[in-house]
Design a protein. Structure first.
Length: 138
């Protein structure tokens, strides 16, 4: 399956991308520490966003097969950049939190396995440290 994304530079460091199937638009800007205004997600912020939303989406698909709704589950991704030898993402530390009583004990291992198999996580370069931590609130 292929999806077309188009993008146009709007001056400064602002780029607006369009998701062709839906027409949805998304603006990016370079962060302040890299010459931008920091007014929108940076392109590397979108990698972190994609990882977090992919993990919740894949876990949601597995949960639905077990007639479970993950509404209320949250994800936090901490992105850390490195500068040497080139500027790149150094780590994406992900924490998935489930509210009290949301996920029965017997399905947790399946959800955790699914998270590690999300396509974004599988697409990350091996030099990126990308641990996933799971918290089941009590």
């Amino acid at each position: 399956m292929s999806v077309e994304i188009t993008a146009q530079h709007h001056g400064g460091q602002k780029v607006v991308a369009v998701h062709s199937p839906s027409g949805a638009k998304l603006a990016t800007d370079a962060p302040r520490d890299n010459g931008g205004q920091g007014n929108d997600f940076s392109p590397t912020d979108l990698v972190a966003t994609a990882l977090g939303s992919c993990i919740l989406t894949i876990m949601g698909l597995v949960a639905a097969r077990h007639e479970l709704d993950l509404a209320g589950a949250r994800v936090q991704v901490i992105k850390e950049m490195v500068s040497h030898p080139l500027r790149r993402i150094g780590s994406l530390k992900t924490t998935v939190t489930f509210p009290v009583g949301l996920v029965p004990e017997q399905i947790r291992s399946r959800l955790e396995a699914a998270a590690g198999k999300c396509p974004v996580h599988q697409s990350l370069h091996h030099d990126i440290d990308a641990p996933i931590i799971f918290i089941y609130e009590e």
